[in-house]
Design a protein around this ligand. Structure first.
Ligand SMILES: [Zn+2]
Length: 159
C-alpha cells in the first residue's frame, strides 16, 4: 500500500471512530470500536462509488466527513466557535470535525432538513453523513451518497 493510501485509511479509521463515539454519547453502546472498524472496512469501496458520481468537489470535503480538512490557525467558525487552543492538533481536528460537520448551528439546520425528509423513525447519526452509511435500507445508496455530498458541501460552505 502506498504511504498516501495508508494515511487515507488511517484518516478514515479515525473519522469512523470519532463518528461512532460521537453517536455513542447519545446512545447506549458498550464499545463503539467494532462498529467503527466495520464502517472503515467498507468505506474505501463506497468512496470509490462516490467518486464516480458527477459531482464537483472543489472544497475537498468528499469522503469521510472532511477528514484532513482544517481551518487556518487562528480562524474561528462563522458562529464564533473555536477549538481549545491548548489541545493537541489531533484533538483539535476531532473537535473541528465534530463542530463544523455536526454541532454547529448551520450543520444542525442541515441535519434537521435531512431528518425532515427521511422516513419516519430514522435516527440520523454522524456515521450516516460523514461515512456514507445509509440510515435505513429504504434509501437507495446512490441517493444517500448524493445527500451526503450535498450535506457535507453545505456544512463546509455555510456561514
Ligand atoms: Zn460553528
Amino acid at each position: 500500500m502506498q504511504p498516501s493510501q495508508t494515511a487515507r485509511m488511517e484518516a478514515w479509521q479515525q473519522c469512523a471512530e470519532s463518528a461512532v463515539i460521537l453517536a455513542a454519547l447519545t446512545q447506549l453502546q458498550e464499545d463503539p470500536r467494532p462498529t467503527a472498524l466495520a464502517i472503515a472496512e467498507v468505506l474505501p469501496a463506497q468512496v470509490r462509488q462516490v467518486w464516480r458520481l458527477p459531482w464537483e468537489n472543489k472544497h475537498g470535503v468528499v469522503g469521510a466527513g472532511g477528514h484532513g480538512w482544517h481551518m487556518k490557525r487562528g480562524t474561528t467558525c462563522p458562529c464564533g466557535w473555536q477549538h481549545a487552543a491548548a489541545s493537541s492538533r489531533y484533538t483539535q481536528a476531532l473537535q473541528l470535525r465534530e463542530h463544523f460537520f455536526w454541532t454547529c448551528t448551520g450543520a444542525s439546520a442541515i441535519r434537521r432538513a435531512i431528518k425532515h425528509n427521511s422516513p419516519e423513525g430514522v435516527q440520523l447519526l454522524p456515521q450516516h453523513v460523514w461515512l456514507l452509511v445509509q440510515p435505513c435500507q429504504t434509501v437507495r445508496k446512490e441517493v444517500w451518497y448524493a445527500v451526503c455530498l450535498a450535506a457535507l458541501t453545505a456544512m463546509h460552505v455555510k456561514s
